[in-house]
Design a binder for this molecule. Sequence first.
Ligand SMILES: Nc1nc2c(c(=O)[nH]1)N[C@H]1C(S)=C(S)[C@@H](COP(=O)(O)OP(=O)(O)OC[C@H]3O[C@@H](n4cnc5c(=O)[nH]c(N)nc54)[C@H](O)[C@@H]3O)O[C@H]1N2
Ligand SMILES: Nc1nc2c(c(=O)[nH]1)N[C@H]1C(S)=C(S)[C@@H](COP(=O)(O)OP(=O)(O)OC[C@H]3O[C@@H](n4cnc5c(=O)[nH]c(N)nc54)[C@H](O)[C@@H]3O)O[C@H]1N2
Ligand SMILES: [Mo]
Length: 758
Amino acid sequence: MKKIEKYMGPAAGWGAVKAVAEAIRQQMDIKDDIIAMFEMNKPQGFDCPGCAWPDPKHSASFDICENGAKAMSWEATSKTTTPNFFGMHSVSELFGWNDHELENEGRLTHPMKYNAKTDHYEKIDWDDAFEYIGKCLSNYSNPNSVEFYTSGRTSNEAAFLYQLFAREYGTNNFPDCSNMCHEPTSVGLAESIGVGKGTILLDDFDKADLVICIGHNPGTNHPRMLSSLREVSKRGAKIIAINPLKERGLERFTYPQDPIEMLTLESTKLSQYYYKVRIGGDTALLKGVMKVIIEANDKANVEKRPSILDNDFIQNHTVGFEYLKHDILTTSWNDILQISGLSKSDIYEIAALYIEAKNTIICYGMGITQHQHGTKNVQQIVNLLLLKGNIGRDGAGICPLRGHSNVQGDRTVGITEKPSQLFLDNIEEYFDFKPPTKFGHAAIDSMKAIANGNARALICMGGNFAVAMPDKDTCYSGIKKLDLVVNIATKLNRSHLLTAKHTLLLPVLGRTEQDIQETGIQSITVEDSMSMVHASLGKLKPISKYLKSECAIVAGIAKATIPKTKVNWDELISNYDNIRNAIEKILPEFKGYNENIRIPGGFHLNNSASQRKWLTKTGKAHFITTKSIIEDPQSARNSELVLATIRSHDQYNTTIYGYDDRYRGVFGQRDILFISKLEADRQGLVAGERVNIIAIDNQGMRTHRCLTDLKIVIYDMAEHCVATYFPESNNLIDINNFDPISGIPAYKNIPILIEKKQ
Ligand SMILES: Nc1nc2c(c(=O)[nH]1)N[C@H]1C(S)=C(S)[C@@H](COP(=O)(O)OP(=O)(O)OC[C@H]3O[C@@H](n4cnc5c(=O)[nH]c(N)nc54)[C@H](O)[C@@H]3O)O[C@H]1N2
Ligand SMILES: Nc1nc2c(c(=O)[nH]1)N[C@H]1C(S)=C(S)[C@@H](COP(=O)(O)OP(=O)(O)OC[C@H]3O[C@@H](n4cnc5c(=O)[nH]c(N)nc54)[C@H](O)[C@@H]3O)O[C@H]1N2
Ligand SMILES: [Mo]
């Protein structure tokens, strides 16, 4: 039922229990499958296909959350999308279905090939499918005209094989979902601290005095994090939230596994301090906080009081402090306050909390990264931490909240368009072929090559590439002009309906399902947000006997494409231990891989920065200055109104489970625009009114990009900001609107204007 009704409860609690029951009822046969749920995130079970938040170490207890249950029931559904279904519905007809309807048909069961004459997908045998793909791929004279996309659910083993195949084929074109989410982390942290990953472990939360959550929404996207935040709060440590929207998951939480909290309807307060920063205002805010700290430190020095900054650390471990100091002290309060949208007293309060805390962890998500200045945002967070030596110490550090459950692992094992020479040399030595050294395409370059006709084929290991990317017009029409598109997927989505000259749809085993190869049942491995690598073992009987594993599909395509391949594909996939042995040879940090993943909880990949070893150009951690907070012409200040595109509580990226966004009080609908009361008054709008939004360019001029017929929802949020859901809104973003350093699309920073719907 459609309604807008303020949500009064805490995050999780009974609302979550009800939602889990509902998710299961709608998707799964209530029998053995239900038991599978309790195998999730257990040492001998499978890794949750939801988020990348780590599991409590060596824990035998299950830690399940509402959205993990949705992810798992959505994959383990008993509904199927069969050849019969494709016989009944043409591709053109299916294109008219919405994203929820497409995936809700259930799991793909057979390999399918598109027939342009009938406009239907038709069944094809696996061997024929491989041969067909192999024939197309071996026809292209330039391997760099093929794009190999990866979405982050793919296991380490499959991702490793996938990159091996693409490199033997001859390209480094690896567009990846992390190009749309944490590329500013990979690039920005690498430049600042020498490693593009977070530096903390879960245990650090037990020792932190202050946790700052900037630009992420854990109640929806990383719900298991709420139990860590709850412990922090119960211990009396402080939590600060910095977010343009008031998010319930950052405010109050009832732990579903705590019977007393559940029965007494009590909840734990999470963030004691909440600052509604303006969209795109984080760098200004962080600079403001640093200004207060540096000025206070200078004053303390003059008055001969103890230093606030960690001078030893700054001297021995960092470079660039003087530049940073100069930049910060010359940044005007006027700019800081206007761009951040906060008051001076807010910024002094944050600075005071940071000064007072011995150990600070800063967590961040898409609110920081998906901007034109996403990399700089990340680096300002590092600057703040470095000032007090808050990296490489217990209870302190930086914590990027990764997206897909194995997006980090995929990158670790070689899904990168810019491989290191060492990695390539090791491949050459072990596999005896020369991989290409020319850097390839990340997501934006790949989509541009597709749009301008330079690419001929696109292979997608999972995901919904064209729908997840900005600029639907460019992406959709580009893909339809390709020669070959291959999608390897669990469920039908819109990208699969963008047919090229030759189009194949290959159904794959999900993580919940048993993967049986020649030597028996196989585990795969994944790496979480905190660099813990552990095994995942599927439990359920596969939904169709025609499914193949991702590893087997890569091997099948590789053998058909490169008849004289140097890789023994059959041996590798007969036992995934063989793949892990190969990974260990190429990437020495995986030493003892097969033994280590048999330890419950897995093992930690070495993180140099957490040991204060800085693998940067200078061997030190870098304070990186961004000259001005307004150097980008599209920054928030130049536009009256900025739109952020966000996730509802009932979606997983482009997968729409349902139409409720419970914590934000939205039920039965997604066509809405969140706006503050003040901003609505300023724009002359009232709740329930329908509007169109139009993207504007650098000069403030209207563009042709618009999204029509949204309902105004008054929400507790910052001024000059609005928010709506993706992927419906993705055509508002021009393909050229991205962070020039990392290439991440500015999904959270779209200058717009609002018009009443006539
Ligand atoms: N259930 C579920 N879990 C998921 C996903 C999912 O879709 N559903 N997706 C997975 C993936 S791939 C990813 S990358 C993560 C994403 O997880 P999050 O990073 O939490 O993603 P979002 O919901 O896009 O945005 C987070 C927050 O950023 C805030 N925000 C917007 N603009 C700004 C800004 O300028 N500054 C600040 N400080 N905040 C801002 C928004 O209000 C929102 O609360 O979650 C992963 N987990
Ligand atoms: N406007 C806007 N756009 C965004 C974002 C935003 O915040 N705003 N966020 C961006 C982010 S952070 C990300 S990560 C991207 C997401 O981009 P993608 O990762 O490309 O998209 P998903 O929606 O996660 O992909 C869902 C599909 O993956 C397939 N799938 C599911 N499980 C498996 C599996 O185990 N194996 C295989 N082979 N396939 C599987 C199913 O067919 C399903 O339909 O979207 C980005 N787009
Ligand atoms: Mo993501």
